[in-house]
Design a binder for this molecule. Sequence first.
Ligand SMILES: Cc1cc2nc3c(=O)[nH]c(=O)nc-3n(C[C@H](O)[C@H](O)[C@H](O)COP(=O)(O)O)c2cc1C
Length: 160
Amino acid sequence: MGQVLVAYATRGGTARDIAEAVAVVLRDAGHDVRTADLRASRPPVDGVDLVVVGSGISAGAWYPEATAWLAAVEPKLRSTQVAIFNTCLNAANPAKRDESLAYNRAVADRLKAGPGESFAGRYVPEHVSWWRRLFLRTMQKPTQDHLDLDAVRAWASTLT
Ligand SMILES: Cc1cc2nc3c(=O)[nH]c(=O)nc-3n(C[C@H](O)[C@H](O)[C@H](O)COP(=O)(O)O)c2cc1C
């Protein structure tokens, strides 16, 4: 059994739902799993064998609490297995797979981690702040939900 931390940054709840699905898979595999919302806490990584960290994407970037936390803990992660994911709308379009994975690049480079995964997300206007709604309205993005938890579970089962 290993110690696992699944940390996430979310605005609309999608990355949280992904993190919780990952946590269930890893718990079922016998690991001791903690989840952490990076807006609410900055969890320590001491003694953790696997860190799974993910974020929703805004204007091509991970949410700032995720990158700030990673910058703080990165020196302690050099000998820790790390898996990263993002959730975004572009991932719903197979033709935009490279673009969606590229949102992970800055984090992957910093952590010297693999490319990670990008999960098709969702956009529910009522779940995000007014200025984010405005941004998505100007981009003509309607309400949509592409979250595929089976795909998340399949990925999670490859992590240990
Ligand atoms: C203000 C804003 C900007 C976004 N920018 C992007 C983007 O650049 N690329 C993309 O594919 N999706 C973009 N999205 C879609 C989100 O990444 C998607 O809704 C994701 O599932 C949100 O995750 P969360 O619910 O965990 O916050 C944007 C959404 C909002 C509200």
